[in-house]
Design a protein around this ligand. Structure first.
Ligand SMILES: *Cc1c(COP(=O)(O)O)cnc(C)c1O
Length: 407
């Protein structure tokens, strides 16, 4: 017993929050790592991951039902007839049909998948958009994205060999319409990626103003993809839901992460588009996969769609409404508390991301804060993303530490 305790203590030092792991060779060390993850969880403030996952009962069901002994795979199109039977396509399709109306898509003209991640959804948006525009114009488009957008968009354009024009953002992190106009080449197709929740500052691109710029060039072929990895989870469940409605904003596809707002406990996401966009993609005629391989990956996770389905039943729209309102109220509370102690900070409207002057390294580490640079807040900054587990009492703990660190 004593030996185990000694080992355990040794390992918790080994696995301190944010420390690099060393070689692990024994199962007690594995348990020590699990204990350390549990200890770090309540202070996980800097990254947009909901740590209040509602999947405990799902795992119980999964093992009780024997599903843990079956190797499932969602290769193929969830909206087509199946070639392979051990999949969860039926759930995947229901999940897409449940969420699509929240983004203003019509279920009669719909296609989508449960993705590996927000990045995977962006990859599909950029790939599908480039294909559509190439068909319309005979050449590849130019991609326009703001310099505050998530880096995955730039990476994916690099990967797909697409020309990118980085549009300047304003102090709040929003793409500047005048700079878009200045950099636009109306002789080529325009693939624009709108950020709905930029990574550092939580900015929402002013889509109506940017669309007004694009409207000046009626001859230009346009595809609009929305990168809404984080905000796409909660905005549809607030009174601001029209801000993400494709009927108002005229976008063709959207990517949302599943592990962020929805709290799925491993990377996943939603990619939603219309049937027309889907039909314009190459199907590669793979006979053994229902002749429909328009998505990028062959094998896809079959468990994530079932987790999404489970959450729709267990949490559902009412639960997500309550959570969305709570995180925005808690964001207001964090801002008010920073204001009270005169700590320089900023936060965009509709955002749950609070940027502030970077505290000392001990606090950055303790609360796993995400760091960046911003001249408006005096250089070194950090942010907190107010997810479901960043409750008022957790905020009180952080503010007390911040005040102490100032003394
Ligand atoms: C998190 C995030 C991404 C990346 O999503 P993953 O699910 O981590 O791949 C892309 N864009 C934005 C705006 C994000 O917040």
């Amino acid at each position: 017993m004593k030996k185990i305790i000694v080992l355990f203590l040794g390992c918790s030092i080994l696995f301190g929050c944010g420390q690099k792991k060393q070689t692990v060779t024994t199962f007690p060390e594995l348990d020590a790592w699990a204990a350390q993850c549990k200890a770090c969880k309540p202070n996980s403030f800097g990254y947009p991951v909901n740590q209040f996952s509602a999947l405990d009962e799902f795992y119980q069901w999964y093992i009780q039902s024997g599903m843990d002994t079956i190797n499932l795979n969602n290769a193929g199109d969830p909206f087509a007839d199946d070639s392979y039977t051990l999949n969860s396509h039926w759930f995947e399709r229901q999940v897409i049909e449940f969420f699509a109306p929240y983004y203003g898509f019509d279920t009669a003209n719909l296609w989508g998948i449960v993705t590996n991640s927000g990045t995977d959804g962006n990859n599909h948006g950029i790939y599908f958009g480039a294909n559509v525009l190439k068909q319309q114009t005979g050449q590849l488009p130019i991609v326009y994205v703001s310099d505050e957008a998530h880096y995955s968009n730039m990476r994916l354009c690099d990967l797909q060999n697409l020309e990118v024009r980085l549009i300047k953002s304003d102090n709040m992190g929003r793409m500047i319409p005048e700079d878009l106009d200045r950099q636009l080449d109306p002789s080529r197709g325009c693939l624009i990626v709108y950020a709905m929740g930029s990574t550092l500052k939580g900015a929402i691109d002013d889509i109506p103003a940017l669309n007004a710029v694009l409207d000046k060039y009626p001859q230009m072929a346009i595809y609009r993809h929305v990168d809404a990895a984080l905000f796409g989870g909660y905005l549809p469940f607030t009174e601001h839901r029209n801000m993400i409605d494709s009927r108002e904003l005229n976008y063709q596809s959207i990517s949302v992460s599943g592990h962020k707002f929805f709290g799925i406990d491993s990377p996943s996401g939603l990619f939603i588009t219309s049937r027309d966009i889907y039909d314009a993609q190459n199907n590669f005629n793979i006979a053994y996969l229902n002749n429909n391989m328009r998505m990028i990956s062959c094998s896809r996770d079959a468990v994530q769609p079932v987790k999404f389905w489970w959450l729709i039943q267990k949490v559902g729209a009412d639960g997500w409404k309550a959570q969305a309102n709570a995180i925005l109220a808690n964001t207001d509370y964090l801002n008010a508390e920073l204001e009270r102690i005169h700590w320089p900070h900023m936060c965009n409207q509709y955002s749950n991301t609070v940027l502030f002057r970077r505290p000392n390294p001990e606090l950055v580490k303790k609360y796993n804060l995400a760091c960046g640079q911003d001249d408006n807040l005096g250089g070194d900054v950090a942010h907190i993303v107010v997810m479901q587990h960043v409750t008022p009492s957790a905020i009180d703990r952080f503010i007390a530490d911040l005040e102490t660190s100032q003394q």
